[in-house]
Write a new protein. Structure first.
Length: 134
């Protein structure tokens, strides 16, 4: 029990406060830049298994494209590819300074409905983006 408390105190800066935001931002940016360079070398084509099998985009289609575009500094293209992925990334980065507390204060039912609603909006956006519907 005391070992766990000591570990939480020692590593608490990884999950709370401004240092955690800086760490998360650095890791996310490094991942995006790495992804952008990897896709510049070799573009594997369609990565989404749902889109590959059915021809229809899923709500998270364009997520890899969005992260790679952000890593290359093309934030407009990143937002156009999938705004939900970018907003989700920003929420994860901001979680240690209070956004996470707000999320966890919501009831399970409210969080579920928010996620379902967000996925429906994201899917509709992707259907329009890929011109499945006009």
């Amino acid at each position: 029990m005391q070992a766990q408390l000591a570990m939480e105190r020692g590593l608490g800066w990884l999950s709370r406060g401004p240092r955690a935001v800086v760490l998360r931002t650095t890791l996310l940016a490094a991942g995006c830049v790495t992804l952008a360079h990897a896709l510049a070398i070799h573009d594997p084509g369609v990565l989404c298994p749902v889109r590959r099998l059915t021809g229809l985009p899923c709500p998270l289609c364009g997520g890899t494209t969005a992260l790679a575009a952000a890593g290359a500094g093309h934030f407009g293209a990143a937002f156009a590819a999938n705004p939900v992925v970018l907003l989700g990334g920003l929420a994860l980065v901001a979680a240690p300074i209070g956004a996470g507390d707000l999320w966890w204060r919501l009831s399970d039912r409210t969080r579920t409905w928010l996620l379902v609603g967000l996925l429906i909006v994201a899917w509709f956006y992707q259907l329009v983006r890929f011109q499945v519907i006009n």
